[in-house]
Design a protein around this ligand. Structure first.
Ligand code: XMP
Length: 326
């Protein structure tokens, strides 16, 4: 009988059996999969699970708080937050090339995660305990894509790069391996995770770093974060979340155009809205958003976000355009 409650119970029981009285660690990305995987394991082994969240400073408004407060209060999980934003910004300084950005972000993410894992292991060792299990939010489509083999140790982070050093050996715990995304969401709701986490749209691992066309700076991140928050708020208020697969908001940081705002002439940046409808992100169509909603988003962004004087709409399908601009 495939109800979310039955699935949740079965998964918790399986994890209990796999981990026994051992200890586990889980990296949270802010996304749905890692949050639901962690919630299942938390149900199974309680505070013998430690969750690690690396804040790379490239998250959207409110996302860190969702993990720090909402996830923790819903699950009672032990959480270690690593604030690595200074390091990420320093490493990204002056970098405009998309693939170079991805490499830097992926590498720094693994470094920060490893650092936090080593600290957790060190603390456990001081209490005479070992941590033998690593929790991952691998879904069925990921399993199929990678040829089905389950393994040990190798971290498939949300950046799909790198791995832990050879001397850190973990057995993997992958409670979602047989589930599809909608089932994961149902199980997450069953476990009491808030809708902001469970209903979250896909967001790339490199975050806002690949939605700034040009080099990433703190000021540019603030501008983009602000515009993105307005767009999300208006789309949600208009009841459009169900029709949209995701809506990247992109800052053309190296482009300026002339505008007239308030008392005078401005020379500011354009913001691009990229709403797409899709089944699986492999192909996508641009979402025909109602003009009134577009107007509200445009008016608010140009009024409320400093340095932005133009909002443009991306009307390209995938292919030929990818969903993200980088
Ligand atoms: P594209 O831009 O290739 O995106 O059409 C397809 C889906 O993948 C997401 N995406 C990423 N996810 N790391 C991620 O974890 C990345 O580097 C990355 N690039 C794109 C994108 O948001 C969309 O859902």
């Amino acid at each position: 009988d495939w109800t979310a409650a039955n699935i949740a119970d079965a998964l918790v029981a399986q994890v209990k059996q796999q981990i026994g009285d051992g200890r586990a660690i889980c990296g949270l990305s802010g996304g749905v999969d890692s949050a639901v995987a962690a919630a299942i394991v938390q149900r199974a082994i309680g505070d013998r699970l430690t969750c690690v969240f690396v804040d790379h400073g490239l998250m959207r408004a409110g996302e860190r708080v969702q993990v720090e407060k909402d996830f923790v209060s819903a699950t009672g999980a032990n959480l270690v937050v690593v604030d690595a934003s200074e390091k990420f910004l320093a490493e990204l300084d002056g970098v405009s090339d998309p693939e170079t950005k991805r490499k830097i972000i992926g590498r720094e993410f693994i470094r920060s995660f490893e650092g936090a894992v080593s600290e957790v292991l060190g603390e456990s060792a001081a209490h005479g305990e070992t941590v033998d299990f690593l929790v991952q939010g691998t879904l069925y489509p990921d399993v199929v894509e990678s040829g089905g083999g389950s393994g040990t140790a190798n971290i498939k982070s949300h950046h799909n790069v790198g791995g832990l050093p050879e001397d850190l050996q973990f057995e993997l715990v992958e409670p979602l391996r047989l589930l599809f995304k909608d089932e994961v969401r149902a199980v997450g709701r069953e476990l009491g995770l808030p809708e902001e986490i469970v209903g979250r749209q896909p967001f790339p691992g490199p975050g806002l770093g690949i939605r700034i066309i040009g080099a990433v700076t703190r000021e540019r991140l603030d501008i983009l974060r602000h515009a993105d928050a307005i767009a999300r708020e208006e789309l949600t208020a208009a009841g459009l979340d169900g029709q949209i697969w995701q809506c990247p908001v992109v800052l053309l940081a190296d482009v300026r155009s002339v505008g007239v705002q308030g008392d005078g002439r401005t020379y500011g940046h354009p913001i691009v809205l990229r709403p797409v409808s899709s089944e699986d992100a492999m192909t996508a169509d641009w979402t025909r958003l109602p003009y009134e909603v577009l107007e509200r988003i445009s008016t608010r962004i140009t009024n409320e976000v400093p340095d932005v004087n133009r909002v443009v709409l991306d009307v390209t399908s995938k292919p030929p355009g990818t969903i993200e601009w980088e």
